[in-house]
Design a protein around this ligand. Structure first.
Ligand SMILES: NC(=O)c1ccc[n+]([C@@H]2O[C@H](COP(=O)([O-])OP(=O)(O)OC[C@H]3O[C@@H](n4cnc5c(N)ncnc54)[C@H](O)[C@@H]3O)[C@@H](O)[C@H]2O)c1
Length: 337
């Protein structure tokens, strides 16, 4: 029996993500929470013939806690998305940090042992917000807190296939992406792609610059094309559901898996080795992790970065420090009486 809860389930990401979770055979109970329309989305999904029993919750009568109660995994795309001209950081200032702090508190009360997958942006700061609230509540398990950066890996693999000139499905490129989840903090390790990217592409600076830029700023393509109607939702839902599937399969299906996610480096002794590799004491970084029955089984080495990637690392680290600090020191304003 596996209970999954989606917070922000009626949104652009939340709805297709909830649909994909409803179709995951490992999920037997699916609770949908949102400040609007969660009951409608739940009623709609409940007509699909798959094992998960779907229920919807709105804020009245401690709706968040009731939705979260006993959840094994919580996936959070709650908040507001970007509009053209906005950075992910602008979202933190406007509203998302407060939403994340409130949801973290509800998780601490209702399902402190759940795997927590944070999609709400800016991930570089919202994950530290979650960690701090959970620490204060005395229930922080760093092995179970993940900033979802999986869309960056999906994009990298797709865009590499396009440059190489082979269909993504057939070529099956897998490109590790480390660092963070915003602009230059997104660090694609093209040199570690499997299968290897043809060396003439990697050696061509102009081609490589363009490919790296597209991976780092691919989200902007969607924001621009949607022209004010939000950011990536369908690709994010697919990436989020896939990442949730990996976590669930490792936890409940005995299948371990190596993925990348933005995590607290203190979660495993491998985190200290990564800090040495990146030459800083940043507390959070998107790293390769081995998933197991209790979440992060191991934090793995970043592997060898080539000279080009070493250059990208400097810029990523510089931007990540202040973003982490902003999340870790965020003080939710007291509720208005
Ligand atoms: N991690 C990533 O790779 C990635 C990719 C794309 C978007 N995002 C982020 O995901 C978030 C959601 O994007 P979206 O396009 O689905 O936005 P959206 O506005 O369509 O949906 C957000 C939903 O959250 C709900 N919500 C607001 N406050 C809430 C609260 N306190 N509790 C529960 N639900 C609440 C809203 O009612 C809405 O239904 C944004 O922050 C966006 O930037 C992350």
């Amino acid at each position: 029996m596996v209970k999954a809860c989606v917070c922000g389930a009626a949104g652009g990401i939340g709805q297709p993500l909830s649909l994909l979770l409803k179709l995951n055979p490992l999920v037997t109970e699916l609770a949908l929470y949102d400040v609007v329309n969660a009951l409608g989305v739940a009623a709609d999904l409940s007509h699909i013939a798959s094992p998960a029993q779907v229920t919807g919750y709105l804020p009245p009568d401690n709706g968040a806690e009731r939705a979260l109660e006993g959840s094994d995994i919580v996936i959070i795309p709650a908040g507001v998305p970007r509009k053209p001209g906005m950075t992910r950081d602008d979202l933190f200032v406007c509203i998302n940090a407060g939403i994340c702090a409130t949801l973290a508190q509800a998780i601490a009360t209702a399902c402190p042992k759940a795997f927590i997958l944070v999609i709400s942006n800016p991930v570089n700061s919202t994950v530290p917000v979650f960690a701090e609230v959970l620490k204060k509540a005395g229930v922080f398990d760093p092995k179970k807190l993940f900033g979802v950066t999986h869309l960056d890996i999906v994009r990298a693999s797709t865009f590499v296939s396009a440059v190489v000139g082979k269909p993504a499905e057939a070529s099956g490129y897998t490109v590790p992406v480390i660092g963070g989840h915003a602009g230059v903090t997104i660090l694609p390790l093209l040199s570690q792609s499997k299968p290897a990217i043809p060396s003439d592409i990697l050696a061509d600076k102009e081609k490589r610059d363009a490919l790296v830029y597209r991976i780092q700023f691919g989200g902007d393509e969607v924001v621009k094309a949607k022209d004010g109607a939000g950011s990536a939702t369908l690709s994010m839902a697919q990436a989020g559901a896939e990442f949730a599937k990996f976590v669930l399969e490792a936890a409940f299906g005995g299948k371990s898996k190596v993925v990348q996610a933005y995590v607290y480096l203190g979660a495993d002794s491998g985190g200290a080795a990564v800090q040495k590799e990146i030459g800083t004491e940043l507390e959070y970084f998107s790293v390769p992790i081995e998933l197991g029955s209790s979440g992060i089984e191991k934090i793995l080495s970043l592997g060898k970065l080539d000279e080009y990637e070493q250059g990208l690392l400097g810029a990523a680290v510089k931007e990540l420090g202040p973003s982490i600090e902003k999340g870790a020191t965020f003080q939710p304003s007291p509720p208005k009486l």
